[in-house]
Design a protein around this ligand. Structure first.
Ligand code: URA
Length: 205
């Protein structure tokens, strides 16, 4: 089965799952969208009003900003896969609760397991905390961390949430710098790894 087919099947499974705690108050499941062969998965917080109506993540004001930030990193939205830490809209856009994050987490884990991204870009402190617990976003934003995700070494890059940038001009300025620097991090990551065996052999000659 292709990654696309596996994700499609997972989405259908999720749509039928009546145990998901935010399902009752939501209009649509916001599973995720984008390139199913992506090297980068972006994980936001949770759908807002527009996303809830359309069933697509990051299509409201925060999404419009995100679309402008991607090119600073040399990226286009269609290259990445975008999803959230919870896939139904929390009432009145409140923060997701720990038990909600846990309930949706098994699906997020499966999405990541299927796509197998090299890089996970977290957007905001809730998705950051899943991969980098006990850190402050103000200290770690824009930096890269190597973390075992589902047993695979994965680069986690925590970013400010675009909604925070819409509220605060200083955060926006910092986020623009972080996305510009993300271009350097991605270039660094795509360099071929040194072949250590070959290097050792060379030194023997
Ligand atoms: N904010 C998020 O975190 N996710 C969305 O999908 C939209 C806004």
């Amino acid at each position: 089965m292709s990654k696309y087919e596996e994700l499609h099947k997972l989405k259908e499974e999720m749509e039928k799952d009546e145990s998901l705690p935010l399902k009752k108050g939501a209009t649509k499941l916001v599973f995720g969208v984008g390139n199913t062969e992506a090297k980068i998965v972006c994980v936001g917080e949770g759908p807002g009003r527009t996303e809830d109506q359309r069933g697509i993540p990051f299509v409201g004001q925060a999404g419009k900003l995100l679309d402008k930030l991607f090119p600073l990193a040399g990226l286009e939205r269609k290259e990445v896969f975008i999803t959230n830490i919870v896939h139904h809209r929390p009432p009145e856009n409140r923060d997701p609760l720990p038990e909600e994050i846990l309930a949706y987490g098994k699906y997020l884990d499966k999405i990541i397991e299927i796509i197998k991204p090299k890089v996970i870009l977290t957007l905001g402190r809730f998705s950051m905390a899943k991969f980098l617990p006990n850190v402050f976003i103000s200290s770690v934003h824009g930096k890269r961390y190597e973390v075992l995700v589902g047993g695979r070494s994965t680069t986690i890059i925590p970013m400010y949430h675009p909604a925070a940038s819409l509220r605060n001009g200083n955060v926006l300025a910092q986020e623009k710098l972080d996305f510009k620097n993300l271009k350097n991090i991605l270039a660094e990551l795509s360099k071929p790894k040194e072949n250590i065996i070959e290097a050792e052999q060379t030194s023997l000659i």
